[in-house]
Design a protein around this ligand. Structure first.
Ligand code: FAD
Length: 469
């Protein structure tokens, strides 16, 4: 329960209709898109409309020592937004302003702006934010910065964090700061992240709401690609496929989305939804690389597409030539994979992580081992996610009606995090179930703890993440 006195103070800040302690409302905020995680009832939910209100709310929370969970779309999958018992959820969807800085090639959005809304807005200006998660219709840009997500577009443009120019943050004590070039009150807008000393913006990327609340985020935007080539490439060994992906990068081919699949995984999914997507039946090889090349100029796109075919053959592969798979990945933002699971009533847990492309098979091997040991169905897949990294997104499926199955999936997940860590993989956010997997990083973790203590001495901000520091 949050004290009545606190509710009165919160109501004075946001208005009565934007604070709730009703059980049905609290229930809705007790969960997220994370499956097989325990629901936790918060004590209250408050929905501010601007930065000043966020600041005043955090001052109240600090005064009464109430733990706070910042929440945007609630679409996170790794328990990052599950509240604290009797804590305060600050829902940020009402901060929905968009400001375009056309000449600076940047845009500033409030923390409630989803990718879907922003994409529609930018399209009217012939621009795009090129990294776009498949959860785009519910996931906010600020929420994706807070988790440092990735998605279609990352193969060329990197993770979401790499597109951030600056943030407006409300610190746990209610102070408001703006980072990057906009720290200068005379700045014409966001144009340079690395200003005024070290990269303070970076502190908040992937911080999962544990250092403060992002109320605005400024992102780089780009002229929309007009010319695309979609193609698929088959390989009989993982080395061939992995070396091909490395060579694509070395040769500066603009693969905006380059994903890698195991044959049986593609077979499973294409059996379910291939016809609907217009993907012809095919005997998928041991490994398939599915690639979308995007360019603003047609000659560049054609030259990249030709070179990709040559590189495929150089690495012992063959050009499959099925374009519908990468076409659907890019235009449907990979959504079809997730939809196929939902439609079939599958629940899943995922363990997003980054590998190097030439270690992609290590992830596949560890995932397969754990699936076999625990007897789960699952899938492995991933995509190039920046300069030299590969984002693997294994899903492990379980039966939500069966508590034993659910417990097993949690155990399997914990074990997998540990084994993946030992392959050299890195999480891109310190979500709760990565914390136990970390070993041999004592100085790093002690430093992180020092940062947390300095910024949030009362440990009120989303205490369940960053290993509970
Ligand atoms: C079907 C499906 C597909 C998905 N595909 C992708 C994908 O392709 N790529 C990807 O990266 N993710 C994907 N996700 C996961 C999810 O969409 C991301 O984690 C997303 O970034 C969460 O954003 P959100 O707005 O929903 O944030 P929430 O879930 O509300 O919060 C996420 C975390 O950020 C913190 N937070 C939220 N807003 C703020 C803020 N304004 N200031 C400070 N902290 C904040 C929260 O406390 C929490 O720790 C997918 C999820 C689903 C359900």
């Amino acid at each position: 329960m949050v004290d009545k006195k606190v509710i009165t103070e919160l109501s004075e800040i946001v208005g009565e209709e934007f604070v709730s302690t009703k059980q049905d409302i609290l229930l809705a905020y007790s969960v997220s898109a994370s499956m097989a995680s325990d629901a936790v009832l918060p004590g209250a939910v408050v929905r501010p409309v601007d930065t000043e209100q966020v600041s005043k709310i955090l001052q109240v929370a600090a005064r009464y020592n109430i733990p706070v969970t910042p929440r945007s779309g609630g679409s996170s999958l790794q328990e990052e937004v599950i509240p604290e018992p009797d804590g305060l959820v600050i829902e940020l969807m009402r901060l929905d302003k968009i400001k375009l800085h056309k000449e600076l090639r940047s845009v500033t959005v409030g923390s409630g702006v989803t990718y879907g809304v922003l994409e529609k807005f930018l399209k009217e200006h012939d621009l795009f934010l090129p990294v776009y998660p498949e959860s785009a219709l519910v996931c906010t840009v600020a929420g994706n910065v807070a988790v440092n997500g990735a998605g279609p577009g990352s193969s060329h443009f990197g993770c979401t964090g790499e597109l951030v120019l600056g943030v407006e943050i409300v610190l746990p004590d209610g102070k408001i700061i703006t980072t990057g070039s906009e720290a200068n009150p005379y700045s014409p807008g966001p144009f340079q992240r690395y200003s005024f000393g070290p990269d303070i913006t970076g502190l908040f990327i992937g911080s999962l709401g544990s250092f403060g609340i992002i109320t605005k985020v400024s992102m780089k935007v780009f002229k929309r690609h007009k010319y695309y080539d979609h193609n698929t490439f088959g390989f009989e060994t993982h080395e061939q496929a992995e070396q091909f992906m490395v060579d694509v990068k070395q040769n500066d081919i603009n693969g905006v989305f380059t994903s890698l699949y195991e044959g049986p995984v593609l077979e499973l999914f294409m059996d379910m939804i291939g016809e609907e997507l217009g993907v012809p039946k095919y005997e998928w090889p041991f490994r398939t690389v599915s690639m979308t090349i995007g360019r603003v100029r047609e000659d560049m796109m054609r030259s990249d597409a030709e070179l990709a075919k040559k590189l495929c053959e150089k690495h012992g592969g063959h050009v499959i030539g099925i374009s519908q798979l990468p076409y659907q990945e890019w235009n449907g933002r990979l959504w079809f994979f997730v939809r196929a699971c939902y439609v079939h009533g599958w629940h899943w847990r995922t363990l997003y992580h980054h590998q190097t492309p030439i270690n992609a098979h290590r992830s596949v091997e560890e995932i397969r081992d754990v699936m076999e040991k625990y007897g789960f169905l699952g899938h492995t897949a991933g995509f190039a996610s920046g300069h030299s990294s590969f984002n693997a997104y294994p899903h492990l499926y379980f039966d939500p009606q069966d508590p034993e199955d659910e417990q097993k999936i949690r155990d399997a997940h914990k074990e997998l995090a540990k084994t993946l860590f030992k392959t050299g993989a890195v999480p891109f956010k310190l979500a709760p179930y990565w914390a136990d997997a970390i070993e041999g990083m004592d100085n790093y973790m002690a430093f992180l703890e020092l940062v947390k203590k300095t910024i949030d001495p009362k440990k009120l901000m989303n205490p369940r993440v960053l290993g509970g520091l």
